[in-house]
Design a binder for this molecule. Structure first.
Ligand code: ZN
Length: 107
């Protein structure tokens, strides 16, 4: 059995690629991409979008609805240990610093 989704990109059916051309000669159309979701892949959001362009077009069109569904009225915080800044040097005299930031383990 084969399950599929039509790509949710709002302009998927307007993108001029050979993979979207369907129909008989003299009556051709650009059709929304059909995504086969019957196997292990695609997973996650790739079950709904044929590529990143269609995904971004969808996000741009519907972002206000996403935000209304999942509001963020306050900032979130993750407790961390005091950051540790270390300077490293190669045998050739090149040096760099790295600051290690580690979340507090609350487990
Ligand atoms: Zn698409």
């Amino acid at each position: 059995m084969s399950d599929y989704n039509w790509c949710h990109g709002p302009d998927c059916h307007k993108r001029e690629t050979t993979t979207r051309v369907r129909g008989v000669k003299g009556s051709k159309v650009l059709r929304t991409v059909k995504i086969n979701v019957s196997g292990m892949y695609p997973q996650g959001l790739w079950k709904y979008f044929c590529d990143q362009t269609c995904m971004h077009n969808f996000i741009h069109k519907h972002i206000e609805q996403f935000i209304a569904l999942h509001p963020r009225p306050d900032a979130l915080e993750t407790p961390i240990e005091d950051p540790v800044k270390e300077t490293h040097e190669t045998p050739y005299g090149y040096s760099w610093t790295r600051t290690t930031i580690k979340a507090v383990d609350n487990a």
